[in-house]
Design a protein around this ligand. Structure first.
Ligand SMILES: [Mg+2]
Length: 184
């Protein structure tokens, strides 16, 4: 099977809210994020978050969530092709690829999408059987074009920003990658 997987907060644990918050003397956590764009936070916190998104040193030393590695190895051993599709900035691409190769060498390709709509286009056009993300917006786009693969949304206490997608008929919600059972 061809599997498309998001990178940040799907495979890799990005604590940008905690780290940005701490340097400003605040104590927000990822679970306080309610929207894409961090509109619920002050401008100074948002600025610090976005500064880190472009910082290749900060963004490219992340670790996968616990149990992700086991699942990826399991799927690799079953012969599945796994690609990452991320909306990370292109200018941190080289270091992002290095990080993925180091931590999860089983991943085949890494694609850099321009935005969530472009991400959906890649998933649709490249005919992935499975799509896994913590962002429900590309899934909305895929629903509109009658995507026939299966969509898994990573949704848990840390992803309140995707709460609105939890009851979507076309989406299967899981707490993490390790709870996904692929269709036979
Ligand atoms: Mg993500």
């Amino acid at each position: 099977m061809k599997i498309a997987i998001d990178l940040d907060n799907t495979l890799f644990n990005l604590r940008v809210v905690e780290d940005s918050s701490r340097v400003l003397g605040l104590n927000y956590t990822t679970s306080d994020v309610k929207s894409w764009g961090y509109r619920e936070f002050s401008e100074s916190l948002r600025k610090e978050i976005y500064r880190r998104f472009s910082d290749h040193i900060y963004m490219c030393c992340l670790k996968p969530f616990p149990n992700v590695k086991n699942k990826i190895v399991e799927w690799y051993n079953c012969g599945h092709d796994m690609d990452i599709i991320t909306c990370r900035n292109e200018h941190i691409a080289r270091d992002t690829v290095n990080m993925v190769h180091k931590e999860l060498p089983e991943i085949r390709n890494i694609y850099f999408a321009k935005d969530h709509k472009n991400k959906a286009e890649i998933v649709f056009n490249d005919e992935y059987d499975i799509y896994i993300d913590d962002d429900g917006r590309p899934m909305d786009e895929l629903t509109k074009v009658y995507y026939c693969g299966q969509m898994f949304l990573i949704s848990n206490d840390d992803t309140m920003y995707n709460e609105g997608y939890r009851n979507n008929f076309f989406i299967t919600c899981v707490k993490g990658i390790s709870s996904i059972c692929l269709p036979q």
